[in-house]
Design a protein around this ligand. Sequence first.
Ligand code: C2E
Ligand code: CA
Ligand code: CA
Length: 648
Amino acid sequence: MNYIYQFDIAAIIVSLAVISSFFARKTIPTRKFKAFVFEIAMILGSSTFDLISIYSLANAESFPIKLNYLINIIYIVTTLLLPFCFFFCIYFATESLDDEGPLHPKLLFIFPIIVAVFIVITTPVTGLAFYFDENLNYIHGPLFPVLFGISFFYLISTFVRAFGRTKILLKDQTSSIIFYSFASLIAFILQILIPNLMIVGFMASIATLHIFISVENPAKYIDNDTGCFNREAFICETKRLFQRGKTFRIVGIRISGLKDLTELIGIDNETFLIKSIESEITKICKKRNLYRLSTKYFAAILNDDVNTQQEFIIQLRQIFKEPFKINSIEISISDYITYLSCPKDAENVEDVLDLIENTLAEMSGKESGSVVKVNKQILVLRRRENQVLQVLKQAVRKTEFEVFFQPIYCLKKNRFTTAEALIRLKLDSDDYGFIGPEEFIPIAEKNGLILQIGEFVFENVCRFLVKERIWEKGIEYIHVNLSAVQCMQEKLASQLLSIMDAYHLDYKYINFEVTETAAIVSSEKLLSNMNKMIEKGINFALDDYGTGFSNTASLINYPFHTIKLDKSMVWAGFDDDNKAGRIVEHTINMVKSLNMEVIAEGVESPEQAQKLKKMGCDYIQGYLFSKPITGKQFVELLNKEDNNKLEF
Ligand code: C2E
Ligand code: CA
Ligand code: CA
C-alpha cells in the first residue's frame, strides 16, 4: 500500500514543538494541563510508531516477529489512547473551576479502554486484534472492529460533552472545541475509509494544540509585571494541594508604601521596584512557589515544616531591612508578614485568601517587618456575614422588612416636624440573634441587595405618608437614607421621582440623607442625581458628619440643605473635655453661616438637648424623645395632644 506518511511527520513536528514549549514555560499542573500533555505524548507515540510500523511491515522478514508485534501493539495502544485522552482533555477543559472536585471517573469511561488495551496486548497469543500469517503479512483479527468501535465511542462522547457544556465557556472557546471535536471525528472516519491517509495523529495534534491554547492559555497564570505566578495560579495550586490531602504552609507578604510612591517615582519605576522585590524573594524560595496575589500582596507556598517557614520569614525580613535602589534613589519599603498552616488553619482556598488578605490589611500601622499568625477570627466574621446574607436574600424575596420612624424635634417650633425612616428586619426565628441595620446594610451594599431594599423602604415611606396624610399632623417632611451604592445609579433620580408620582406624593415631603462615602465613590453621579431631585423640591442632608472622612469639601461642593452631626461627635461634645464641646459649637456655627440647618443625632439626655439648643442647633434626634418606632406608633405619638407642647 502507498502510505501518505507526511501527515505523521507533521504530527510529530507539531507535538514536539508543543511539548517543548510546555516545558519551557511556567505552568500550573492542573489536571486539564496534564491531560493535554498526556494527549500530546500519545500523538507523538502514535505517529512515530505508525511510521516505524510501516517500515517494519514492509520489511517484515528482516524484523524478528516479536519486535514486529511489539511495534504494532505500541502503535495501536497509543492510537487507542488518543480519543480516550482527547475525551478527558475536553472533559476537564469544559469543567468550571468549582467542578474541580475529586474526580470519580465513571466506569463507563474507563471500562472500554481497558477492554481495548487488553485485546491488543494479548493479541500475540490470541490473535484477536491482529496477527501475522505464514508470509508475515499483517492481518486484522476478528475483534479489530471492536477497537474502532471503542475509539468511536470516545469521539462521540467528546462531542456530546463539548456540546452539552457550552454555557461555561467563552464563545470562541466553545466554537474551537466543537470545531475540533467534529474535525477529529471526520479525520477518524476518513482514516477508516482511506486507510493509507494516516491523518488521525495530525488532526489530533492540531486540535489538541488549538484547544489547549484557547482554553488553558498558560499565560493566564503569569503576572505581567514580574513574570511570577499570579492569583489564579495560586488558587489552582492551593486547590490541588487541598484535594490531594497535603499539609503545607503559606506565608503572606504585604508590601506597604507603594501607593504614594507611584506618584513620586512614576509607574515604570514602580513596576521595576516590584520586579526587584520579586526577584529578591525568589532568591530565598523557589520561583515556582511564589505568587503575586495582587499589587501589594505576595504569597509563598512552603512545605509543612516549621523550620523552613521560620528560616524563610527571617530571610524575608532581611530583604526589606535594606532600601531598594532605583536610579540611585534609595527607597525603603515596609513589609508585613503573616503565615498559616493548611489544612489546620484553613480548609479551602477561599478561607486561605480571606485569612491572608484580611490579616495583612489589619496590620496597617504596625512596624515594618511585623510578623503575625493569621487572625482566625476573620473566618468567624465571614461565616456570620454569609449567614446574614442568606437571611437578607430570603428577606428580600419575601419582603420581610419593616420601616420604622424616629421622630426629630425642631428646637424652634418645640415639636416634632420631621422623622427619619429606618429599616428593620422582621425575623421569625432568633437562630441568628439580633441583626440590626448597622450589620446588614453594609452586607446588602456589598451584594447589591441594597438596591431592592432601598426601593422597598422608599415605597413604604411614600405609601405611609399618603395613607396617613402625615402633613396634617405637623410633619413637614421625612428623612430617608440613601446608600452610596444607590447614589451611583444613573437612573436613581428618575426611579425615585416616579415612585413618588405613583403615590401622588408632593416632592417637598421627602428629604434624602447621604453620607460622605457616596460623595467619594460617585461624585459626578451623586451630584447629577441630587440636582435633578433638588430641582423638584427635594432636599438633601449630609449624614454622619464628624465621622470618618468628613471634610469641608462636601459642604462646599454639594448642595446640601442640612447637616446631621453624628452621634459620636454629639457624645464627645458632652464629656469633660472642653475641646470637643467647642468643636461642636464651631461646627454648628460654621454650618449655620453657610445657610444650612443642623440636626444633632444621638441626643439622649435633656442636658445634651439644652446645650445643643444654646449652641444654635436646629433639630435634635435621639432616644431622649423616642427610639425608632413603627409607623402606627409614630402616628399615635403625633396624635397625642402634647406633640405641640414639648419644651426645653
Ligand atoms: P444612621 O443613618 O446614622 O441612623 C441613625 C442611627 O442612630 C439609627 O440606628 C438610630 O436608631 C440610632 N440612634 C438614633 N438616636 C440614638 C440615640 O439617642 N442613641 C443611640 N445609641 N442611637 C441612636 P439604626 O436604625 O440601627 O440604623 C443604623 C444605620 O443603618 C443607619 O445609621 C443607616 O446608616 C443604616 N440604615 C438604617 N436604615 C436604612 C435604610 O433604610 N437605608 C439605608 N441605606 N441605610 C439605612
Ligand atoms: Ca441617617
Ligand atoms: Ca447618622
